[in-house]
Design a protein around this ligand. Structure first.
Ligand code: ATP
Ligand code: MG
Length: 686
């Protein structure tokens, strides 16, 4: 049916074949008036009138599903008896392509996928819709590599379409539940199919093989080879959960997709035992060891609790190799787990740990004059202070968009987080990576936020894998794995005064917890949509959170008492506190930087330039003297504003793609900005 290329179906022109399955071809279509793209699934068979009605019915059902992990159905129709379905175009392929057969994934990689897919199926079941064809080929990836389940109910149509032969549906048979083979699909049938997918991802193999008929008969009667035999290193509890989803009797499976996904997450977390008090004390002392980062000790040392001053012997600290877990106090967010585990073998970091330790410890034992300074320029004429906007350094080691960055407190290092799943720590004068942190490594993980601890010893990173991880800045050894969030973590911030972390994300919560014990201090539930930005007031008493719900909330970290609300006209992506703690700047999709009184929410100034219609402000950074604000924008620029005059003073245009992050060096005239062009650029800001 490739002859359909270039032809028109409904309001779409078919421009390219995207792929084909057992009974349909999928084309990329372009809307003839709007120019927008969509995927058109064109059935190869011509339908009899009775089948047409059924097809329309299925299309209608699918079109009514609205969930972030379900492909949107935009339209459907029948043109000259050729039935077609128009759906959202998913440009990053399928999980079938991304995870080739035979690949084994870690549980950590699987967990976020299980959550997204289960959430989509749970929702559909609540709407009375059974998917009937859960398999990796129907798990698509959008622009941001988020999973989208497609083909809801399509399997029902396939059955009624002529011309299907057994061979073509073998792929699907591998995932089909016994009751569905017998023609009685239930919601629990989708759970069984997802169970087969997990079995495949864990072992690299399907439970059953053979011809279509052979596979079907095994689904009906044969027990799958125990997961453990094929993959001895996975926890028994995890294997048990997957095997329960594969029960022949639907009644024996979990009561819902949500219960299944919860049990999977729980089984993973429970595997790791709780640490004893000594363990926690050791971690604390490691992070507060003055020999590690001799960054003008006065600042941090004065605020340390007495238990933290036991000196630990520098680089030779013995890190127990067994990860340990602490269950968070039950405070309203389910499945909260904190895993504290150093000695996790992190590729790269482990290998160069010793040398890095030395470099960092050595380089930081000097005064502030060693703070980032522009490297000497080759031309004598420009050895004087470079002018505003001069790029003095470019870091090019990331292989995907740079989404987040943070300077070390002494201004000599940067940690940058990327869509390439890594965070990299590097010296700001050398286009080389000191080490790469791979604790969030996983198929589709991006690091949306990084924050450097106030004494420079530890780094916090938040990722689309739904975890926050705390790791030692000098070595990349993981100290804490926090799993309190039920969706992507979008923002992470260390308290400027204590060892508290505030983290926020797509689960709409802001959580305040201790970096070392993982103990929850507070969960803020005030937002009604994803929280993109969380910042502490300089005195550490207040937290400001900005959300896609178009508001910024200011609240007390201890009591969660709301102090102020500020309303934007569109999603808020960035919030910054003035260094003196009186003002807040916030911005986002409405392209306006609002500056307002942090306690009364009274507006002071609005800063804006007319940018592209679709541009959004992604990050804000306030200079240490409080005089300037830098704003990063998806139109590939960074703007510098004079706060008092309320004026634009400079626009930096050296990035070739959207800029996602920007930060002033602590106490200095330079800025670092990170972009979808995969670079971090350091440039003069005043
Ligand atoms: P089956 O015929 O059993 O459903 P399948 O899922 O592989 O198998 P199709 O659903 O017809 O077959 O999809 C064929 C291919 O088209 C997919 O593997 C995918 O590569 C591509 N595709 C499907 N839907 C989309 C979409 N919405 N956006 C982008 N590509 C898509
Ligand atoms: Mg499909």
């Amino acid at each position: 049916m490739h002859d359909l290329l270039g032809r028109r179906l409904g309001n779409y022109r078919l421009v390219r074949l995207l792929g084909y399955g057992g009974f349909a071809d999928v084309y990329l279509g372009e809307h003839i008036h709007l120019g927008t793209q969509a995927a058109l699934k064109v059935l190869r068979a011509r339908l009899e009138s009775e089948e047409q009605e059924r097809f329309l019915q299925e299309g209608r059902t699918a079109a009514h599903l609205s969930h972030p992990s379900i492909v949107r159905v935009l339209d459907f129709g029948i043109e000259e008896t050729v039935p077609f379905l128009v759906m959202e175009y998913a440009p990053h392929g399928t999980l079938r392509q991304r995870i080739p057969q035979g690949t084994r994934l870690s549980i950590q990689e699987i967990l976020p996928l299980v959550r997204q897919l289960s959430s989509a199926l749970h929702y559909a079941h609540e709407q009375g819709v059974i998917h009937r064809d859960v398999k990796p080929a129907n798990m698509l990836l959008n622009q941001r590599d988020e999973v989208l389940l497609s083909d809801f109910g399509i399997a029902a149509i396939a059955q009624s379409v002529h011309g299907l032969n057994g061979k073509e549906v073998t792929g699907t048979a591998a995932y089909m539940s016994p009751e569905q083979i017998q023609g009685r699909a239930l919601p629990a049938s989708d759970q069984y199919s997802l169970g087969v997918v997990l079995y495949e991802w864990l072992t690299g193999d399907w439970p059953f093989h053979g011809s279509f008929t052979e596979i079907c008969s095994q689904h009906l009667t044969a027990t799958p080879p125990p997961l453990h035999e094929k993959r001895p290193d996975i926890p028994v509890a995890v294997a048990t959960v997957v095997e329960r989803a594969l029960a022949k009797d639907p009644e024996q499976r979990f009561v819902s997709m949500q219960a299944f996904s919860d049990a999977f997450a729980e089984a993973y977390g429970n595997e790791i035992a709780a640490p004893d008090e000594d363990e926690v004390t050791l971690r604390r002392s490691l992070l507060t060891d003055p020999t590690l980062y001799a960054d003008e000790g006065s600042r941090g040392a004065s605020s340390l609790p007495p238990t933290m001053d036991a000196p630990v012997g520098g680089a030779s600290v013995g890190i127990p190799s067994l990860p340990v877990v602490l269950s968070g106090k039950k405070t309203g967010v389910s499945r909260r787990k904190v895993i504290i585990g150093a000695g996790v073998a992190l590729t790269g970091a482990a290998a160069i740990g010793g040398a890095t330790w030395f470099l960092l410890a050595h380089a930081t034992s000097h005064d502030a004059s060693e703070q980032f300074t522009a490297p000497p320029s080759p031309t004598p004429a420009s050895t004087r202070v470079p002018s505003v906007g001069t790029t003095v350094f470019t870091y090019r080691q990331h292989s995907e968009s740079v989404l987040s960055l943070a300077w070390s407190p002494n201004g000599q290092y940067i940690v940058s987080g990327s869509a390439d799943t890594t965070a990299r720590v590097w010296k700001t004068t050398k286009d080389e990576t000191l080490y790469t942190y791979r604790g969030h490594a996983g198929l589709l993980n991006s690091i949306f936020s990084v924050s450097w601890e106030r004494n420079g010893k530890a780094i916090a990173s938040g990722s689309s894998d739904q975890t926050v991880q705390i790791w030692e800045a000098a070595t990349g050894n993981r100290l804490t794995l926090y799993q309190g969030h039920a969706a992507r973590v979008l923002s992470v911030a260390w308290s400027p005064q204590t060892t508290s972390i505030a983290s926020a994300g797509a689960d709409k919560t802001v959580q305040v917890w201790d970096a070392f014990t993982g103990k929850i201090g507070a969960v803020y539930h005030g937002h009604t949509d994803s929280v993109y930005a969380v910042v502490w007031s300089p005195d550490g008493t207040l937290i400001a959170s900005g959300s896609a719900d178009k508001t910024v909330h200011v609240w007390e970290a201890e009591t969660q008492q709301v102090v102020a609300h500020y309303q934007h006209t569109d999603a808020v992506y960035a919030v910054a506190w003035s260094p003196d703690g009186t003002l807040l700047a916030s911005a986002g999709a409405d392209q306006r930087i609002q500056i307002w009184d942090a306690r009364t929410a009274t507006q002071q100034t609005t800063l804006f330039i007319s940018t592209e219609l679709t541009a959004a402000i992604t990050a804000l950074s306030w200079s240490a003297d409080g005089k300037r604000i830098a704003s990063a924008c998806t139109d590939a620029t960074v703007s510098l504003w004079d706060v008092e005059a309320g004026k634009l003073v400079y626009t930096y245009k050296e990035h070739a793609a959207p800029v996602y992050t920007v930060a002033w060096v602590p106490d200095g005239p330079y800025l670092a900005s990170g972009s979808a062009d995969r670079t971090v650029r350091i440039w003069r800001g005043r």
